[in-house]
Design a protein around this ligand. Structure first.
Ligand SMILES: N[C@@H](CCC(=O)N[C@@H](CS)C(=O)NCC(=O)O)C(=O)O
Length: 262
């Protein structure tokens, strides 16, 4: 009894010296064999997340898109996935799967256990999961909502109901205290967050100036070899067929001065 206490105390101390992801690697189950993976892609769009994930993990995959031809790439996706033709669409063995977050979690949990996510018992784990879901659930949803409204009817003054700044500010504040959206270490949450944060400034939905932590994080991301390999393979000619950027912003109106719209 006494000996096993000493042993577990020693193991705890050892785990304390390891990073969150190392600790989870120690306990991780064996990786399942990877089925054939084909990523159906549109240049500059969310399917880059899956290419980047596979490059980070150094796992094999096929990449399908028609270079410089977004409509042609989309026509291919429609033949594979007529019910929900979106990028990413992924052929995973004999299954066709969508939703970048679900695709990433499937690949990580089955085929790369312990990698690119904090250990389940790490304090970083809930934050990692928040950003995995926030990327689509709150951030991309609000950015595109504002973008579409703005294009139909540009406001003279930023409405308090236009809240893209607020959703980007939440990310900015977190990055003021943590180096990555995964917390102490880079994780799949960072992969999820890059696309909407690029859209936010790239389409001029928010100005980049007030978000220096996000800008510094993007620079760190863009220096990663796996990110650069993804760009070379999945976006060889730069952005193709991007929607038009908004004009310079109308001045911000008073924030939080109206009751929530929903
Ligand atoms: N929540 C989905 C969004 C997928 C999505 O809307 N992808 C865009 C490209 S970035 C698309 O295929 N749009 C085409 C369309 O909606 O017709 C995900 O994260 O995978």
């Amino acid at each position: 009894m006494k000996r096993s206490f000493v042993l577990s105390a020693a193991m705890l101390m050892l785990a304390g010296c390891m990073s969150n992801q190392q600790a989870s690697r120690t306990a991780a189950p064996a990786a399942a064999p990877l089925p054939d993976i084909t990523i159906y892609h549109l240049e500059g769009r969310r399917s880059e997340r899956i290419v980047w994930l596979m490059e980070e993990l150094q796992l094999p995959y096929q990449l399908e898109f028609k270079r410089g031809d977004i409509l042609g790439s989309m026509a291919t996706i429609k033949t594979i996935n007529p019910g929900m033709p979106v990028a990413p669409t992924v052929k995973y063995g004999d299954q066709v799967i969508v939703e970048s977050g679900a695709i990433i979690e499937t690949i990580l949990n089955r085929h790369a256990p312990g990698k690119l996510q904090p250990a389940l018992d790490s304090p970083d784990y809930p934050y990692h999961l928040i950003w995995i879901h926030y990327a689509e659930g709150s951030l991309a949803a609000r950015l595109f909502q504002d973008y579409r409204v703005w294009r139909v009817q540009p406001p003279k003054q930023r409405s308090p109901l236009v809240d893209s700044e607020q959703v980007v500010q939440f990310a900015e504040d977190y990055l003021g205290k943590h180096p990555w959206f995964g917390g102490a270490e880079f994780s799949a949450a960072d992969i999820m967050m890059k696309f909407p944060l690029d859209v936010a400034t790239g389409l001029n939905i928010v100005d980049g100036g007030p978000f220096p932590n996000v800008a510094a994080w993007k620079a760190k991301i863009e220096a990663r070899p796996a990110y650069q390999r993804m760009r070379a393979k999945a976006r060889p000619d730069g952005l193709v067929g991007s929607p038009p950027a908004l004009p310079q912003h109308a001045p911000a109106g008073p924030r939080n001065s109206s009751p929530p719209s929903q």
